[in-house]
Design a protein around this ligand. Structure first.
Ligand code: AGP
Length: 609
């Protein structure tokens, strides 16, 4: 997904911007570029491919400037190409723009600019329209021109704009696409994401929708849509800059897999008071609010949706309230039954997933109370919710979500306990017992991580499989979906997950000699049923990798290989059982030589439809 970095100060803008763009590589991109103001002229360099291509392109050029903007693009309008890469400029190259998002009325604007102003377009992008718009409105005041241009635009955008005639300024705007400002000494920054700035600043302004920012090296001024000054409290980033680096691991994904005990610990322990009661900071629901809800919707995409599947099971069990789970791209277009007695829970690592955001807005419009479970502080989903619950997984860089998922599950348990206790349907003894067992999970998860070498060995045997089926029952089927997604997204293996009881209704036709079946059998009360399902696929020649709790050794008789997770109550297994599947997917992808942290065709944060 696109990334923005801008700098105005006294040092070499080119190096600072390129370094910042590299910190955003994890978002996925297909081209990159930079615009620098050198001696009153805008110098733009951009090209398709990796940032290293851009570096090669400008190597040897003297491009010293103290202000500039840079971009990594993920194609939406127009294929990845040198011409479509950002920044885009107006006709006489006096205005340069970088943009994240989509301008919905760009075709209309393009026609108008060509017809009335004779503008000739050089790219296929919607963004180029913005540069021309600002150009025609420019009359010696960049801020004014940007306001006028924004007035004409519909859609989602974070913009960084520079102007040849105002060499010491950047103007930035935000609408439905993330934007932050970094506050330095004799320098200031813009970025689409905080990690791009961590090397230089810790003090940040989180820019709100429809705000416009004017930056010089000594000053940052924020204005609202009515051009009135806005005050913003400084947000101090406490993350360690190293948290965004690989810390000796080969890939962010495996580093993040290993960070899960810490993420779980943080997400849980900071929320339990001395009296043993959960304090959900950011959640202001009263007992009366909870009692009023007649239904819960959990809506999300991808891995976050899979966390929602577990959430449904747990909330229904502990809080005794019906829960529906839906993928956001379906929910937003199907006129779901939502009213003011509905609790809508949005789950999102990035907090910027467009479908999730649109579903949230739809639910809000219909009167639902919106609670979000989000990892990125200050993200759009969090800001547009009535109540928010941060996952405290820390920055997740790998495209494949791992620690976000397990911390999302922890949040599901905490919300279920909070609601169950609030409604009075969960006894204090049960509540205490659940909390105690949740507290043990980080240690149990470490025991799963300690089996990494064994799982690596299993991956060596299985990595050539062309087709993999994940089966499970109850909570195991929810985890099967996540295990299958992990494997397919990073190793490009054709994998498929199905509730084990459904096999015989069609899918079993695909099982033949040596087909790999990964069978999750961690639910004690469904264990016998799972053994029967394993027998069914074994009878057709499948090679079975079983996953069970360590006391359920009988599975060894039915399976070719087995991975065990520590004993814990059935309801809590998903946090443990997903981890061997994450590790397996990681090593299969590694053995297949895949680009693990940046799988093809995927982006970390999907901010377009
Ligand atoms: C996870 O491995 C995926 N890359 C993807 O499914 C992701 O979970 C999904 O796009 C939702 O993202 P979000 O949590 O940032 O909303």
């Amino acid at each position: 997904m696109c990334g923005i970095v801008g700098y105005v100060g006294e040092n070499n803008a080119k190096d600072i911007i390129i370094d910042g763009l590299k910190k955003l590589e994890y978002r996925g991109y297909d081209s990159s570029g930079i615009a620098l103001n050198i001696g009153g002229k805008l110098v733009v360099r951009k090209c398709k491919g990796r940032i290293s291509n851009l570096e090669e392109m400008i190597a040897g050029e003297n491009l010293f400037a103290t202000a500039g903007i840079g971009h990594t693009r993920w194609a939406t309008h127009g294929a990845p190409s040198d011409l479509n890469a950002h920044p885009h400029t107006n006709g006489d190259n006096t205005i340069a723009v970088v943009h994240n998002g989509i301008i919905e009325n760009f075709v209309e604007l393009k026609e108008w600019l060509s017809r009335d102003y004779g503008v000739e377009f050089r790219s296929e992008t919607d963004t180029e329209v913005i540069a021309h718009l600002i150009g025609i409105y420019y009359n010696g005041d960049l801020l004014d021109a940007v306001y006028k241009a924004v007035d004409k635009m519909r859609g989602a955008y974070a913009l960084g704009v520079v102007c040849a005639a105002e060499p010491d300024k950047i103007v930035a705007v935000r609408k439905d696409s993330p934007l932050v400002v970094g506050l330095g000494n004799n320098c200031n920054f813009i970025a689409s994401d905080i990690p791009a700035l961590l090397k230089h600043v810790r003090s940040i302004y989180l820019i709100e929708n429809n705000e416009v920012v004017l930056l010089t090296k000594n000053e940052v001024k924020l204005f609202n849509a009515e051009r009135k000054p806005v005050h913003r409290d400084v947000f101090h980033v406490t993350w360690d800059a190293d948290a965004a680096e690989k810390e000796g691991y080969d890939h962010f994904m495996i580093k993040e897999i290993h960070e899960q005990p810490k993420g779980l610990y943080e997400t849980l322990h900071r929320r339990i008071g001395e009296d043993g009661i959960i304090r959900l900071d950011g959640i202001t629901m009263t007992k009366e609010d909870i009692e009023r809800f007649s239904k819960v919707y959990i809506v999300a995409c991808g891995t976050a949706y899979h966390a929602g599947l577990v959430g449904k099971y747990i909330i229904e069990k502990l809080a005794k309230i019906p829960v529906e789970v839906d993928v956001a791209s379906e929910f937003r277009y199907r006129d779901p039954f939502v009213d003011d007695k509905t609790l809508f829970i949005a789950i999102s690592q990035s907090g910027e997933t467009l479908d999730t955001l649109a579903a949230l807005r739809e639910a809000k419009r219909k009167g639902a109370r919106v609670l979000s479970v989000v990892n990125v502080v200050g993200s759009s989903v969090a800001r547009e919710s009535d109540d928010m619950f941060y996952t405290w997984a820390g920055p997740e860089i790998a495209v494949a979500s791992t620690k976000a998922y397990t911390t999302q599950l922890m949040c599901m348990y905490l919300i279920a306990l909070y609601m169950g206790a609030g409604k009075g349907v969960l006894s204090r003894a049960e509540y205490d017992e659940y909390l105690k067992e949740l507290g043990e999970l980080p240690e149990l998860l470490q025991k799963v991580l300690d089996q990494e070498n064994k799982i690596h060995d299993i991956a060596k045997k299985l990595y050539k499989s062309q087709q993999v089926f994940f089966i499970g029952r109850g909570l195991d089927s929810s985890v099967a979906y996540e295990g299958s997604l992990k494997l397919k997204e990073i190793s490009y293996t054709n994998s498929f997950a199905i509730a084990a009881g459904e096999l015989k209704h069609g899918t079993i036709a695909l099982i033949e000699q040596d087909t790999l079946v990964i069978a999750l059998a961690t639910q004690d009360f469904l264990f016998e049923k799972m053994l029967s399902n394993i027998q069914e696929v074994k009878a057709r020649g499948a090679y079975v990798l079983g996953l069970a709790k360590e006391n359920n050794r009988e599975i060894e008789r039915q399976s070719d290989q087995v991975i065990y997770i520590p004993e814990c109550r059935d309801e809590l297994t998903p946090i443990l059982s997903v981890v061997p599947l994450q590790i397996l997917a990681y090593y299969v992808a590694k053995l297949r030589g895949c680009d693990i942290d940046k799988p093809k065709n995927l982006a970390k944060s999907v901010t377009v439809e």
